[in-house]
Write a protein that binds this ligand. Structure first.
Ligand code: C2E
Ligand code: CA
Ligand code: CA
Ligand code: CA
Length: 273
């Protein structure tokens, strides 16, 4: 439907216009959210399937809006990406996750999501190096999660950037494996420390006969490349047992723990911010 405008004033609005306005308003609110203390990082455990041992946590952003309540990242991360605000939010997330992990050695490794826009910043390696130095987190305890979309657009540049990040001693994981257009191409072109299998794979295993075959093939590829595969979205004991039987190295999901604020992770003496 159309909106009639006259001198910038809307005479009537369709539902679509309303959602555009809501998004615009949210994007504006997001600008002050960080300064107002409405953003937090929650942490979700990752476990080694063979031993059940916790290896680390993924940091996930949470926005508690004063009026709208909890706004999911799927709603506000794209807004931040569009406006460029993700650069500020992403750097904040990196700094707080590194500070939290440095303050609590029992956290183990901390995984932080990198947005495509962050990955395009030529000074990203310098930013990471500065944060590692400031927080005194040993680089090997930081893992950056990157999706394939950004890597395949300009492979040469992405190689260069990944090389610089890895030279800092930081781990790099390929996030959402299997959801993009060229997951296998990405694996061929780049070296990762971990492959994170998207949770859509697990969701379909009960209902879709091909899903199991594809899961096995992906695990075989990981094994062949010497890159451990972490399965995302593990919710049931059946899924855990199956992944373990098929040789999957690590897992993450509600079965092992929800994303929680640092004070609720049950780590002794947690002074994490
Ligand atoms: P992601 O990186 O794929 O993160 C995993 C998502 O799966 C998280 O959603 C997590 O809460 C959810 N999850 C974990 N276990 C289960 C499970 O067993 N079942 C189900 N159904 N879901 C599970 P969340 O926290 O809502 O984040 C959504 C997305 O937002 C993330 O997907 C990531 O793409 C983005 N995101 C979150 N935090 C950040 C951040 O700090 N920076 C950037 N750039 N993106 C972020
Ligand atoms: Ca992730
Ligand atoms: Ca993921
Ligand atoms: Ca995702």
């Amino acid at each position: 439907a159309k909106t009639l405008r006259s001198g910038g004033a809307c005479f009537y609005q369709t539902e679509m216009d309303a959602s555009v306005r809501v998004r615009r308003r949210l994007a504006e609110d997001l600008r002050s959210a960080l300064a107002d203390g409405q953003l937090r990082l929650f942490y979700q455990p990752q476990v080694e399937l063979a031993t059940g041992r916790r290896t680390g946590f993924e940091a996930l952003m949470r926005w508690q809006h004063p009026v709208r309540g909890f706004v999911p990242p799927a709603e506000f991360i794209p807004l931040a990406e569009e406006s460029g605000l993700i650069l500020t939010l992403g750097e904040w997330a990196l700094r707080s996750a590194c500070a939290a992990a440095a303050a609590e050695p029992r956290m183990g490794r901390v995984a932080v999501n990198l947005s495509p826009l962050q990955f395009l910043q030529p000074d990203l390696p310098q930013t990471i190096a500065t944060i590692l130095a400031e927080t005194r987190l040993p680089p090997g305890r930081l893992e950056l999660e990157i999706t394939e979309t950004i890597l395949m657009q300009d492979q040469e540049r992405a190689q260069e950037m990944l090389g610089q990040i890895k030279a800092l001693g930081v781990q790099v994981a390929m996030d959402d494996f299997g959801t993009g257009y060229s997951s296998l191409g990405t694996l061929r072109a780049f070296t990762f420390d971990k492959i994170k299998l998207d949770r859509s794979f697990l969701r379909e295993i009960g209902s879709n006969r091909q899903a199991m075959t594809i899961l096995r093939a992906v695990l075989a590829i990981g094994q062949g490349l010497g890159v451990p595969v972490l399965a995302e979205g593990v919710e049931t004991e059946e899924q855990r047992a199956l992944l373990h039987a098929e040789g999957c190295a690590e897992a993450q999901g509600y079965l092992f723990g929800l994303p929680l604020p640092p004070e609720e992770l049950g780590l002794r003496g947690s002074a994490a911010a």
